[in-house]
Design a protein around this ligand. Structure first.
Ligand code: GLN
Length: 197
């Protein structure tokens, strides 16, 4: 049976565990290093990346999770999880760190504050029908490296009136990351994409 861990320190890890159950997979709430054993994949959920940084260190998960990511364990990062994976994080706290495994640059809260949270229908490469995407104080991806595939973008009107296409689903090697919350719209196709490749 497919066994997927969800880092369960902060944020909406419960919704991810529900999605895994919906897919008939075993979800493991990962709160300590021993729980990383025997996983087929790992989810870094949305929430607050600053808090997640502190809790990953306090729970001794930072180093073993980093090792699993670099060893090629399939990973899905959503929203704050994308921030945790990014090479460069703009607008973070001074002591904020990231795993740096995904060659993208992100701006925290890059679409504006909470009141500018929004939803959009996205065409994701390889997924057929569009997917409802919920963006909540989402990071905006501003740069993608050569090895990164952009699987979906969102057209967004920024506060200054300019409309730009911003990558919203990206993939690099064994990593898939989204700036929105697929677990909130309860559409399991991205989870399948991340762990059935
Ligand atoms: N703004 C949050 C952060 O910086 C991410 C928001 C989210 O995960 N919905 O971590």
């Amino acid at each position: 049976m497919t066994r997927i861990g969800v880092v369960a320190l902060q944020g909406d890890f419960c919704e991810h565990l529900d999605m895994l159950a919906m897919l008939g997979w075993q979800g493991v709430a990962v709160k300590q290093p021993g729980q990383l054993e025997g996983l087929d994949g790992l989810i870094l959920p949305g929430g607050e990346s600053t808090t997640q940084c502190l809790l990953l260190e306090a729970s001794d998960l930072r180093i073993p999770v980093e090792a699993e990511i670099h060893a090629g364990l399939p990973v899905l990062g959503t929203c704050a999880g994308l921030i945790m994976l990014a090479r460069t994080v703009v607008g973070g706290r001074l002591d904020q760190w990231s795993f740096g495994a995904l060659d993208v640059s992100v701006i925290r809260n890059g679409f504006g504050r909470q009141v500018r949270s929004f939803e959009a229908d996205l065409a994701v490469q390889g997924l057929g029908e569009t997917m409802r995407a919920v963006f909540i104080r989402a990071p905006a991806i501003t740069e993608v490296g050569e090895k990164v595939n952009t699987l979906a973008s969102v057209g967004y009107r920024f506060a200054d009136g300019s409309v730009r296409d911003v990558p919203a689903v990206v993939a690099q090697g064994s990593i898939v990351a989204t700036s929105f919350h697929p677990e909130v719209s309860r559409d399991p196709r991205l989870h399948e994409l991340a762990f059935r490749r």
